[in-house]
Design a protein around this ligand. Structure first.
Ligand SMILES: [Zn+2]
Length: 234
């Protein structure tokens, strides 16, 4: 009998709640999946509820092909995004797909995402999936999405949304937040007409200065405290 690790499910739920506060909520759409390092089972947000509503008992369990093994909730239609990325990249243990407002605007534009603020340094040469703006519902489509990611931790999906991935729930969640924040920054900056961004040298320096493992952990800890206090914004 398969048992859910409720503490891991709790972390999945907290990540969903953080994503909701960070601009990733889109009604009941958007999802996060995660596996424990060295494990094959995939913990996933169920369909039919907003990212802000998810609690640990809601989390469902899938096998590596997406067959549901546990949980009362239903699987999201776009589960192949998760199963195919997790199969292709053993270095990733968490995948997020969502429809964040500003990132979709950037994905629909001609200008690539620029490193305007700190967050933007993580998304230079961001892959863009533009095979289709429709839902990814088959393993074949999921494979196309996974291939387009090229092992990077984030990707825009034109006229659809984004993918974020990481070695942990914490990392993927923060990457998704940073991507939407960098996109919002650029959308607002474009209202000025011309704007500047960091040079390649500065990008390298800022990646190390601003996103060390210790800082990433402190960002996550802060966000976890914030959602647990019932914050309504980040
Ligand atoms: Zn979608």
């Amino acid at each position: 009998m398969i048992e859910i690790d409720i503490r891991f499910a709790e972390k999945v739920a907290v990540a969903c709640n953080i994503l909701a506060l960070g601009g990733h909520n889109d009604l009941t759409l958007g999802h996060l999946s995660a596996r424990k390092p060295g494990d094959n089972y995939i913990y996933m947000k169920p369909s039919g509820m907003g990212l802000d509503e998810v609690t640990a008992p809601d989390v469902i369990l899938l096998d590596p092909d997406g067959v549901q093994l546990f949980g009362n909730g239903k699987r999201h239609q776009e589960y192949p995004i998760h199963t195919e990325i997790l199969k292709m990249y053993p270095q990733f243990n968490c995948v997020i797909h969502s429809h964040p407002f500003y990132s979709i605007i950037i994905g629909a534009g001609k200008e690539p995402l620029r490193p305007i603020n700190h967050d933007g340094v993580l998304f230079v040469d961001l892959p863009v999936f533009n095979e289709t703006g429709a839902l990814i519902k088959t393993p074949e489509q999921g494979l196309e999405v996974a291939s387009c990611l090229r092992g990077q931790k984030a990707m825009l999906m034109t006229n659809h949304g984004i993918v974020a991935a990481g070695s942990s729930i914490e990392e993927a969640t923060l990457i998704a937040l940073f991507l939407e924040k960098a996109s919002r920054m650029q959308v607002m900056a474009s209202l000025m007409g011309e704007y500047t961004w960091s040079s390649p040298d500065e990008v390298q320096i800022k990646k190390e200065q601003c996103y060390s493992p210790a800082l990433m952990q402190s960002f996550w800890d802060y966000l976890e405290r914030r959602v647990k206090r019932g914050a309504s914004t980040l």
